[in-house]
Design a protein around this ligand. Structure first.
Ligand SMILES: [Zn+2]
Length: 112
């Protein structure tokens, strides 16, 4: 019989309480044999591959987001799922551009 480990705390000293039910005396978790098999599978199936898509924001696009923050905000929402790095960069520059624009407006309003 394969070694059964608690899927919650990893303790190998679990008690069998039914045909396909085990309980961990340490953390009190009850589980089936299937739970342990699933939890022990190598987690290489969900490896994220950043090379799969071009996710590098160019200087031009960052500059555009900086000059036109609205464009940056729109691009962020459009790209955030498929190109998260680009989207974050666009949002960053849009916020910087928006903040500077706001500051200039306030200074202009105070000066007038
Ligand atoms: Zn446990």
């Amino acid at each position: 019989m394969a070694e059964i480990k608690c899927p919650s705390c990893g303790s190998p000293n679990v008690e069998q309480i039914d045909a396909d039910k085990y309980q961990c005396p340490y953390c009190g978790k009850s589980f089936s044999y299937r739970d342990t098999v699933v939890s022990q599978q190598p987690q290489q199936t969900h490896v994220f591959e950043p090379e799969a898509i071009d996710d590098n924001p160019g200087c031009f696009m960052n500059g555009l987001c900086f000059c036109l923050p609205v464009v940056g905000f729109i691009l962020y929402f459009v790209k955030k799922n498929e190109q998260p790095n680009c989207a974050k960069s666009y949002l960053h520059w849009a916020l910087v551009g928006f903040g500077l624009g706001l500051a200039f407006n306030i200074i202009a309003a105070l000066g007038s």
